[in-house]
Design a protein around this ligand. Structure first.
Ligand SMILES: Nc1ncnc2c1ncn2[C@@H]1O[C@H](COP(=O)(O)OP(=O)(O)OP(=O)(O)O)[C@@H](O)[C@H]1O
Ligand SMILES: [Mg+2]
Length: 217
């Protein structure tokens, strides 16, 4: 408003900065709303039986262009066909996209990311993992990683545009399914995030067909 609009050298750059910050603010507001809805338990979940491979594949489709841009290699390790998961598909989408967003952000170009399901489910719970070959997380930071606003390297994270809410949201969404989330990492040797979800509906749940199609609400 002070005249930069007519500054032909810089006006596009200024618009870029405005857009970048508007997007950042929108993401932050969205994340804060998501967190408070989950914490206040006003978030409505639509739990239903799904096929785990299909849900994971749908999320990968949306992240693939971002991975290719970096570039990092992004692969799905498919579970045995027909492996069921009982979850809210939109919540699983949010969990995986937050974990994959981090994996891409914190893995240098040329690295590799894999998403899949651990081979032996126990206690009726399926364990899904997101593994990257990136910068890793120091042991002393790992216990606090899932706290809201916690970031390992403030300077680096700011550069990468993070606010530190992604993993807090992941933890709450996983817990809402009765699952747990954890991380294994060695600095400079990548990080693997694991979370568990139930495979089957609780006893007495209405009989439904498996939903092979992912339909974001
Ligand atoms: N795959 C990973 N490899 C290395 N460090 C990670 C990885 N995932 C998360 N971290 C560390 O954990 C911190 C918290 O992650 P979280 O997703 O909560 O926040 P963010 O990515 O910084 O911001 P936001 O997700 O809100 O945009 C990150 O800032 C980063 O330091
Ligand atoms: Mg994040």
């Amino acid at each position: 408003m002070d005249g930069a609009l007519d500054d032909q050298q810089n006006n596009m750059r200024f618009l870029g900065i405005i857009r970048h910050n508007a997007e950042r603010l929108a993401r932050l507001t969205g994340d804060l709303l998501a967190l408070s809805r989950i914490e206040l338990k006003t978030q409505e979940f639509r739990f239903a039986p799904h096929l785990v491979n299909e849900l994971i594949a749908e999320v990968l489709d949306t992240i693939l262009p971002i991975a290719e841009k970096k570039p990092v290699d992004l692969k799905q390790e498919r579970a045995p066909e027909g492996t069921p998961v009982f979850c809210d598909s939109e919540a699983l989408y949010q969990i995986l996209s937050n974990l994959l967003d981090n994996a891409v952000k914190y893995t240098p170009a040329g690295g590799a990311i894999a998403v899949g399901v651990q081979s032996s489910p126990s206690g009726g719970m399926l364990e899904i993992f997101v593994r990257d070959s990136g910068i890793g997380i120091p042991a002393e930071d790992q216990p606090r990683l899932f706290e809201r606003f916690y970031r390992v390297d403030k300077a680096r994270s700011r550069e990468l545009g993070g606010t530190g809410l992604g993993l807090a949201i992941v933890k709450h969404l996983v817990r809402a399914h009765g699952g747990e989330v954890r991380v294994e990492s060695l600095p400079h040797h990548g990080a693997t995030f694991f979370f568990t979800l139930p495979m089957h509906p609780p006893a007495g749940w209405p009989e439904t067909e498996l939903h092979p199609q992912f339909t974001p609400s």
